[in-house]
Design a protein around this ligand. Structure first.
Ligand code: PHE
Length: 504
């Protein structure tokens, strides 16, 4: 495995920013606060921190560490462990590809909303509270009656999706060194925008009640498996692990550089951002509860409805500067998500393809961005939201958790957790002890498999996922099987050394 010629981050700070930027995304703003709320505030936070420490951090150390060890992205790593394992590096590549194809559509919605902030068309205050839902599902998405009816394209979304892909192409086609410079800004800008939203939120009437709901612990809830399911699934989702990309990001780290400390910094910064965003979100939710005189439980604080329905109503009801706060909020979403998209497409897909087929970076970037754009068009149709949800369940739930668990098992048992630990400790500020081996070999896979079985199979096998017709919900299993098959096909193809690396 030639180390010479491998592209590199320009310095350690930028590598950390790249990792933080990949992890921080839309999930920190909508998914974390709503889960916290649903599972009893403070008690959820306890389970979430336990998940971070026993699963998230050891898992991140593994992905960075093994990527650095082999100096290759995910497929190369597993090929290095043993030729028969290469498929396990490709399966998450397909997942990353599917995720980025719809994640960019959510970014396109954010741009749509940022632009419509000029007229605050997305939520006309108290008078139009119900209208905010109509605006999102009707005007923006033109939602069809079911997954079987695609309807036409929503052309404004198609245009904004093309713009998002244009931006992504320009950001990634020059590689890790340039990505490092960009992610500094894509991390700092949303942090700054979140601070503005937080200040606006906590100075609104009703904010305190919202924060009470966010933080009040209910210790009895700790006995519920649902709470642990929620916490562990959020940890798996929020750190952007299990998606191939972090192997590649680790492979751009020079062999002498620290890994363990960086994994600590990146995962803590990500979780601190979630915790902080919770204050901004819940103070605002408290404000609408009060303004509309409705009980908390009736506020739609879940899922995408929070960002694209509840928040627009709240913003349009604020006493002043609504349009500006609207722009700040939706640009914040865009900036939060753009570096996760960049990570998925570059670390998750382009880098593995370059490593395998020896394509030049520009060519690989152009081909993959174009294909992902075309696949993403599905999500800009009237039935797009249903398919977005089904593909999200396939890739970001099953794909992420199953490939993540298998990767920890293969690295932990086949490559050897203690061998990797020695490799990490050679260069790291924080030395990890033998406890790490067992976290990687047993605890992380067990935690991930618990989430898949408890929150996945046990729900989706007896009844089709999401109440969709059986044929549509079955696409989850079809896509998982198909991508697994394709991963074996790729394993059978011979690896061609990259021209760029061979030249140097
Ligand atoms: N971690 C991202 C978030 O919290 C989501 C994500 C998942 C991004 C997988 C990339 C890959 O929004």
């Amino acid at each position: 495995m030639a180390e010479i010629g491998r592209e590199r981050w320009s310095n350690r700070t930028l590598f950390i920013f790249a990792a933080i930027g990949s992890a921080i995304g839309l999930g920190n703003v909508w998914r974390f606060p709503y889960l916290t709320y649903e599972f009893g505030g403070g008690s959820f936070l306890i389970a979430w921190i336990v998940g971070l420490i026993i699963m998230g951090i050891p898992w991140m150390m593994m992905e960075f560490g093994i990527g650095r060890y082999f100096q290759r992205s995910a497929p190369g790593v597993f090929e290095g462990i043993g030729k028969k394992w290469e498929w396990l590096g490709w399966w998450p590549v397909f997942m990353a590809f599917l995720i980025v194809s719809y994640y960019t559509v959510i970014l396109a919605w954010s741009l749509h909303y940022a632009i419509s902030s000029a007229t605050i068309a997305w939520g006309m205050g108290e008078a139009g509270a119900a209208g905010a839902g109509d605006y999102f599902f009707g005007t923006v998405l033109n939602l069809s009656e079911g997954a079987g009816v695609l309807g036409g394209f929503q052309w404004p979304l198609v245009g904004l999706l093309a713009l998002t892909w244009g931006i992504l192409f320009l950001l990634v086609f020059r590689g890790a060194r340039h990505i490092g410079k960009i992610v500094f800004w894509t991390v700092i800008i949303p942090w700054a925008l979140l601070i503005i939203i937080l200040i606006r939120g906590i100075t609104l009437p009703g904010a305190v009640e919202g924060l009470n709901y966010y933080l009040t612990p209910n210790l009895a809830a700790l006995a519920s498996p649902d709470l642990w399911f929620g916490a562990f699934s959020q940890i798996a989702f929020t750190l952007s692990l299990g998606m191939a990309g972090m192997f590649a990001y680790g492979s751009f780290v020079a062999k002498k550089a620290d890994i363990t400390n960086n994994a600590f910094i990146a995962s803590f910064s990500n979780c601190a951002t979630s915790f902080f965003a919770g204050f901004a979100v819940f103070s605002t939710v408290g404000f609408i509860m009060q303004a509309l005189s409705i009980p908390v439980g009736d506020v739609s604080a879940s899922g995408l409805g929070l960002a694209f329905v509840t928040f627009p109503v709240a913003i349009s009801m604020m006493p002043a500067a609504n349009g500006i706060i609207g722009i700040v909020f939706f640009l914040c979403l865009f900036f939060l998500g753009i570096d996760s998209a960049l990570f998925l497409v570059y670390g998750g897909v382009i880098s593995p393809v370059m490593d395998k087929f020896g394509l030049s970076r520009t060519k690989a970037t152009a081909i993959i961005c174009a294909i992902a754009f075309i696949v993403g068009l599905l999500f800009t149709t009237g039935g797009g939201l249903y398919w977005l949800d089904i593909i999200d369940r396939t890739a970001c739930f099953y794909g992420l958790l199953i490939t993540g668990a298998l990767a920890c098992i293969v690295v932990g048992w086949k490559f050897g957790a203690s061998k990797l630990r020695e490799h990490l400790n050679e260069t790291s500020d924080i030395k990890v002890g033998a406890w790490w081996d067992w976290l990687l070999k047993l605890v992380v896979p067990a935690g991930l498999l618990f989430v898949v079985v408890y929150g996945g199979f046990m729900q989706d096998i007896p009844a089709p996922y999401g109440g969709y017709p059986l044929w549509a919900a079955s696409m989850i299993w079809v896509i998982l099987a198909l991508t697994l098959g394709l991963s074996f096909v790729l394993q059978a193809i011979k690896t061609k050394p990259s021209k760029e690396e061979a030249k140097k």
